[in-house]
Design a protein around this ligand. Structure first.
Ligand code: KIV
Length: 284
């Protein structure tokens, strides 16, 4: 395990004070969390994108609170010092402020999150405020918000036009004033992200495909390692093709079992001759 101290809200604000960008990745399981911990990643998002990347749904909408708690617990065991953000799934906060606080509390208490994230602008400010007032660090999420993908007309850049950009900028300030400690901007133009970052007073602005001017960057783990075959977003740099490595290994395994070159002597366990003789006698 790495030696570093737990990353906290204070550490993160200190980092932006020192102009040190924050690294943030999605993660959904224990072994990947372990690697992210070893790599010194600052923050992890257990995103409801797990519905697509881990569970094979076509959207994030079917993901439940129980799914989120289960995966977040596993990540928390693998990455004890990373700042852990739990994503609030569809309909876990939309119905009311009370629902939002109760479900945010579950992510904190049962899954040992350090913060929770929810999607939406001004219309969700009272949820952010309620969660923050309950003592839970809250992250907002603006721009492309996958839980509203149907209303947004698909996975596309948000805020290209001046009016829509102004709304995103206004929403960011409203969420900050409601108590959001951080806001993720997903797929908004870099200039819009820059304005929001410059105007943020006490809020960490994070970018996913929104350019370099935010306080830090988020990537979807499965995109950065070629692990999701259904689509490859422009914003995702592939840092290594693990998907290709795994597929080659699986194909080779299948071949070796079929042509009987696997297993080899070193891959199995033997019984001594005398025990074997005794066994044969016992079986007679
Ligand atoms: O669920 C998730 O991983 C997210 C990202 C798309 C930002 O919310």
């Amino acid at each position: 395990m790495t030696e570093r101290n737990k990353v906290t809200v204070t550490t993160l604000f200190q980092q932006i004070e020192n102009n040190e960008p924050i690294s943030w990745l999605t993660c959904y399981d224990y072994p990947t969390a372990y690697f992210q911990e070893q790599a010194g990643i600052d923050m992890i998002l257990v995103g409801d994108s797990l519905g697509m990347t881990m569970l094979g749904y076509d959207s994030t909408l079917p993901v439940t609170m129980d799914d989120m708690v289960r995966h977040t617990q596993a990540v928390s065991r693998g990455a004890p010092t990373v700042f852990l953000v739990g994503d609030m799934p569809y309909m876990s906060y939309q119905p009311s402020v009370e629902t939002a606080i109760i479900n945010a509390g579950r992510l904190m208490a049962e899954a040992t999150c350090d913060a929770v994230k929810l999607e939406g602008g001004a219309e969700m400010a009272d949820r952010i405020e309620g969660i923050a007032n309950a003592g839970i660090p809250a992250f907002g999420h603006l721009g492309l918000t996958p839980q509203s993908v149907s209303a947004l007309g698909g996975f596309r850049v948000q805020g290209r036009g001046a009016l829509q950009a102004k709304k995103i900028i206004d929403d960011a300030k409203i969420l900050e004033n409601a108590g959001a400690i951080s806001i993720l901007l997903e797929m908004v133009p870099d200039r819009v992200c820059k304005i929001i970052t410059e105007r943020a007073e006490n809020c960490i602005i994070m970018s996913l495909g929104s350019g370099p001017h935010a306080h830090g960057q988020l990537l979807i783990y499965h995109d950065m390692f070629g692990l999701y075959h259904k689509f490859k977003p422009k914003m995702a740099k592939v840092f290594g093709n693990a998907g290709e490595v795994i597929l080659n290994g699986l194909t080779q395994y299948h071949k070796e079992v079929h042509d009987q070159t696997f297993p080899q002597r070193k891959h199995w366990f033997i019984m001594k001759d005398d025990e074997y003789e005794e066994l044969l006698e016992l079986l007679d």
